[in-house]
Design a protein around this ligand. Structure first.
Ligand code: GLN
Length: 486
């Protein structure tokens, strides 16, 4: 077995026993990248020298008796999360040369935990998209079939994990951008509860929706990473003051799912859901029942408003968050003579079509005369969506449903139809709107492409979803399936 194919917990055991060094592990991952990255293109930038330097320092720290959960573990970071001294682009020409002067809190935490940083993974521009084709630099391929997209916007992060080009990665999720690519690439992706992980240093998309979270090879690794990322941060006033549990220990409590009520929302099994994907999801639900779970039919009645509400709320926040990219304060500057022309030409040169579309949509929804009809209405329906989940979680501990309506699609097939692309998020955006947590894990293959099961928990219900996911994973072999060599 090659070192690059290890999980975090497997690698950690070998590092602890002195069987391997972090330098060996990191070299193995870098060699893997060297062999296949020109086909997958999961990364926007790679920092091999920095990685080896961090690996050497991790080995020294271990030799001095330190034993941190991620000490010496090679990890990739989505290029929407800022890293001190390492170019961070958010997939945009606008930030092509932006070298952040400080770290995101999530990055600081990984550093403290001893992680080794391999590179910055590809993303749709400013994390807007579901295929990573909106990256201003290049698309990423799905390691299961190079003609297909890896999902998005954390497509680089998902593809890197699936192709063993990192032991794990960080992604970000505003409306599904961790879970949907995890589903498409056959890996585990966890979107934490809103406020569970600090957004400080995450380049903002929709500030009331964004969360950073892990993409990993299995559920245990997701629990390990979440434990390091979570917690209140004085630099992000929306982080929750709740204590951080030992997710790994809580996840492993119990040996079956007896007494666990699992809700299946009827609104998530609708027209447009691929019949074979549905079959895989139904089989997974039966598996949960075999493990002792009680399956309960539930209703989330406002689900069908999820997409329209999301694309009003998110774009409204986009129009505010991206106003700073004007050629004066941040990023690319195209000198247009006077101020307005400089603004105009900087944005023209720096921003891609999807980002411009959303700025316009959001500006429109917030403009005088339309605010009440669109933005305010969307906020009201958002409250109803939140209520749906609150009521459901009075009856059940977790909810299961598909992560996506189909498996990964071919590159180019949705690029000219934004609405089709937006419908990718139909099963994921509601969680962000409600602020609850969710995880996608592999539960089958359709035509050789991975299917993801989404497990949803209430606010701060991460342990519950990890527990169900862990029991499911222990009793099936889907997570062990690997893409045919790219
Ligand atoms: N695909 C969704 C969008 O384009 C979600 C993106 C995300 O979660 N960052 O908005």
């Amino acid at each position: 077995m090659e070192l690059y194919s290890l999980t975090i917990h497997e690698a950690q055991a070998k590092l602890r026993q002195g069987e391997i060094s972090s330098v060996e592990l990191t070299e193995s991952v870098l060699a893997r990248i060297g062999a296949i990255e020109d086909k997958v293109r999961a990364y926007i930038s790679l920092q091999p020298d920095l990685a080896l330097q961090m690996a050497r320092s991790a080995d020294e720290r271990r030799a001095n008796g330190e034993d941190k959960p991620l000490l010496g573990i090679p990890i990739g970071i989505k290029d929407a999360i800022i890293t001190q001294g390492v170019t961070t682009t958010a997939g945009s020409k606008m930030l092509e040369n932006f070298v952040p002067p400080f770290d995101a809190t999530a990055v600081t935490k990984l550093r403290q935990a001893g992680a080794v940083f391999i590179g910055k993974t590809n993303t749709d521009e400013f994390t807007m998209g579901s295929s990573t084709e909106h990256s201003a630099f290049h698309p990423t391929s799905n390691p299961w079939d190079l003609r297909c997209v890896p999902g998005g916007s954390s497509g680089g992060s998902a593809a890197a994990v699936a192709a063993d080009e990192a032991l794990a990665t960080l992604g970000t999720d505003t409306g599904g951008s961790i879970r949907q690519p995890a589903s498409f690439c056959g890996v585990v992706g966890l979107k934490p509860t809103y406020g569970r992980v600090s957004r400080y240093g995450l380049i903002a998309h929709g500030s009331s929706l964004d969360q950073i979270g892990p993409l990993t090879k299995d559920v245990e690794d997701a629990a390990i990473l979440l434990g390091q990322l979570a917690g209140q941060d004085p630099r992000d006033a929306t982080t929750l003051p709740a204590p951080v549990p030992n997710y790994v220990a809580e996840m492993k409590e119990g040996t079956d799912l007896k007494g666990v009520k699992v809700g299946v929302p009827q609104e998530y099994f609708i027209e447009g859901l691929d019949a074979n994907v549905e079959k895989a999801i139904r089989a997974a639900i039966n598996q949960l029942a075999d493990l002792g779970a009680e399956i309960v039919e539930i209703s989330l009645p406002h689900t069908r408003y999820g997409i329209p509400v999301y694309y009003l709320v998110a774009t409204a926040e986009v129009s505010a968050n991206l106003s700073r990219y004007d050629g004066v304060r941040y990023g690319l500057r195209a000198d247009g003579g006077d101020m307005w022309n400089t603004f105009r030409q900087s944005r023209e040169a720096g921003l891609g079509a999807e980002v411009k579309r959303r700025i316009m949509l959001g500006t429109y929804a917030l403009s005088a005369g339309y605010y009440d009809a669109y933005y305010l209405k969307a906020q009201q329906v958002r409250a109803l969506l939140r209520q749906d989940f609150e009521q459901a979680f009075e009856q059940v501990q977790v909810i299961v449903c598909p992560t996506t309506p189909t498996v990964a699609f071919e590159m180019g097939s949705k690029m000219n139809d934004p609405l089709k692309m937006y419908l990718e998020d139909i099963f994921t955006v509601t969680l962000n709107l409600a602020g609850v947590c969710g995880l996608s894990l592999p539960c089958g293959l359709v035509n050789g492409m991975p299917v993801g099961l989404q497990i949803v928990g209430p606010a701060l219900g991460e342990s519950a979803i990890l527990q169900v996911a862990y029991q499911y994973e222990q009793s099936t072999a889907w997570h062990a399936q690997k893409p045919p060599h790219p």
